[in-house]
Design a protein around this ligand. Structure first.
Ligand code: UD1
Ligand code: UDP
Length: 440
């Protein structure tokens, strides 16, 4: 079996690293293709070093550009490599342009696609990421899903549960594996060592880069106004290149950089960043990965967005959405810092993203699909069987798989009277309302 991983940005490198590592441990043949969307060493090379994975076999160097240009160049480059390498499955991760380009190209070449971190939905179609993740799901055969909640999103859109594999998120694998190593090493980045962070109280780690925040003058100004008032905190701000550009364009960079309580530094390596996060009193962010890492590392998070595709973090109590609203930002920072009980509750929120074995579960499932011949995509030769879509209330003691066998059916959704539930094979469904396809 040969597995091709396509990645292009910082978070994809971090979240695919545990899977790349697991594939090499099992001596499965693999190639890694970098689209080159992120190219600064602080946004790319340093992560291959910190996460101890080999540099990519291919880099198609697309660089920065409009969505159309970037995605088009990626598709052309990816197609060439896939035609040459002929992998059995292509893995894409998350919601960047690499995910859209990689999934589309592979699907059209009839190569199976595995979407890692599938099923997330912000329900906000103005976000390029929402388009990318939905399009990738349409092209995929295997879905590696962080939580039951995300799996239910896919069921609601009509995806067959047979291909939905709940794994947890590989970000937990990466955090658990690297935090202890990081702590032993101490800070590698001089800018952090010089800040003498160990002796500083009230650290806020800040990251932001979402187009809808940093490209919008009104929103970014409102966030900056809040930051200016947080002068009893130490705000460490490893700045994303997009954000540096836009803050400069809006004339906000120098003003912020001159403030004593705000430390703007270059983007930092993963080991440094993990330590910084774990030392922080709270995280202020619009990053997807950081919402997950904060709850994994028991650090309260305030998310600078109006919606999130990680709602589990909010319902678990570890994350609060504050948008770009100055008042909401200031009030919630104050509450976390001054109200110990509130802060402890946020810290103790249960991590919904699993136990750090997402990569193992992912590669296990790929091997199983490969061995069962499920990665071969060929045009159907069986005459289509018709089925009817039904709903019913279950009165008997029966599990999901027993019901399916008995009725020659496939269950989609379960409703227990309060909420939708993911139909796991061995779940007893007595008393539940179910929707299912019944084969004729
Ligand atoms: C991209 C992803 C976003 C992800 C983020 C992770 C898409 C649509 N967006 O956003 O989902 O959360 O990566 O960080 O795929 N730049 C540099 N050096 C680099 C890379 C970028 O200077 O190495 C600058 C360029 O001016 C570029 C801008 O940053 O125009 C934005 O980069 P781009 O890759 O287009 O989007 P991100 O904001 O990084
Ligand atoms: N990160 C890092 N150094 C930094 C900022 C972030 O290593 O200076 C890591 C962080 O730990 C997280 C990931 O980058 O795992 C998040 O990437 P980003 O916010 O760029 O993208 P998103 O997750 O929003 O797609």
């Amino acid at each position: 079996m040969k597995i091709a991983t396509i990645l292009g940005t910082r978070p994809e490198i971090i979240k695919m690293a545990p899977i790349i590592d697991e594939i090499s441990k099992r001596s499965i043949s693999q190639i890694v293709l970098h689209t080159g969307q992120h190219y600064d060493k602080e946004m790319s090379d340093n992560f291959f070093r910190d996460l101890e994975i080999p540099t990519p076999d291919y880099n198609i160097n697309v660089g920065s550009g409009t969505h159309g240009k970037q995605t088009g160049l990626m598709m052309e480059g990816i197609e060439k490599v896939l035609l040459q390498e002929k992998p059995d499955i292509v893995l894409v991760q998350g919601d960047t342009n690499a995910v859209l380009a990689g999934a589309l190209v592979a699907a059209k070449l009839h190569i199976a696609v595995g979407h890692v971190e599938a099923g997330l939905r912000s329900f906000d179609l103005t976000m390029p990421e929402e388009i990318n993740r939905r399009a990738a799901d349409v092209c995929s055969q295997m879905y590696f899903i962080p939580t039951e909640e995300s799996a239910i999103n896919l069921l609601a859109e009509g995806y067959s549960r047979k291909n939905l594999i709940i794994t947890g998120n590989t970000v937990v694998d990466a955090c658990f594996r690297h935090l202890e190593i990081a702590k032993k090493k101490g800070f590698e980045e001089k800018a952090l060592a010089d800040l003498d962070i160990e002796n500083m109280d009230n650290i806020i780690t800040l990251t932001m880069h979402r187009a809808e925040n940093v490209d919008d003058e009104k929103r970014v100004t409102s966030i900056v106004e809040a930051l200016k008032e947080l002068d009893d905190m130490n705000i460490i701000f490893p700045i994303h290149p997009r954000t540096k550009n836009t803050l400069k364009n809006f004339g906000l960079f120098d003003e912020l950089n001159d403030l004593e309580h705000i430390h703007i530094i270059k983007p930092i390596g993963y080991l440094d960043f993990l330590q910084l996060t774990s030392l922080s009193s709270l995280i202020l962010t619009d990053s997807g990965g950081l919402q997950e890492e904060a709850i994994t590392l028991d650090v309260p998070a305030l998310t600078l967005r109006y919606n999130t595709e990680r709602p589990e973090t909010v319902t678990a109590g570890g994350n609060i959405l504050v948008g770009a609203d100055k008042k909401a930002i200031l009030e919630n920072v104050d509450k976390i810092i001054s109200d110990k009980e509130f802060c402890e509750k946020m810290k103790n929120a249960k991590n919904p993203y699993g136990d750090g074995d997402a990569a193992i579960k992912t590669v296990d499932a790929i091997e199983e699909y490969y061995n069962d011949g499920l990665l071969n995509i060929t045009a159907p030769e069986d005459i289509m069987t018709s089925f009817s879509r039904k709903m019913t209330q279950i009165e008997e003691d029966i599990t999901v798989s027993e019901f399916e066998k008995k009725e020659n059916a496939l269950i989609h959704m379960l409703f227990d009277g309060e909420r939708m539930i993911f139909p796991k094979d061995d779940l007893n469904i007595k008393g539940m309302m179910i929707s299912y396809d019944a084969r004729e």
